[in-house]
Design a binder for this molecule. Structure first.
Ligand SMILES: [Zn+2]
Length: 113
């Protein structure tokens, strides 16, 4: 009985520790518009509608700006804002390829425009 109880307590502790560390770590990287979502996570899981509402409000207030080529508002890997992306153009008279690169983590994606 004591082993089960201490296992439960230890499990809860590590679960809390992991959540606490993960939360602290991720809150440093997330964009400003997503902070209300992350700050709510330990208390309650936001509904899809709440997430969409926050996202739309961020778009309305221009605190989240979609990349004009890719449509991303932030890097999919590290969540750096899309206006920070580096852009490289390749092409000829009939084709133009845009390569967007994240200066923070090196993520990149290309699109033909
Ligand atoms: Zn990145």
């Amino acid at each position: 009985m004591m082993e089960i109880l201490s296992g439960v307590i230890l499990g809860s502790f590590f679960s809390w520790l992991f959540t606490h560390i993960y939360y602290k770590k991720s809150s440093a990287k997330i964009p400003d518009w997503a902070k209300p979502i992350v700050e709510k996570l330990p208390q309650s899981e936001p509904t899809e509608q709440e997430l969409l509402q926050l996202f739309q409000e961020a778009l309305n207030s221009r605190s989240a700006i979609p990349d004009p080529v890719l449509g991303h508002v932030a890097c999919p890997e590290c969540f750096s804002p899309s206006p920070d992306f580096n852009q490289t153009l390749y092409g000829d008279d009939s084709h133009t390829v845009v390569i967007k690169t994240c200066p923070q983590c090196g993520w990149s994606e290309h699109a033909e425009v």
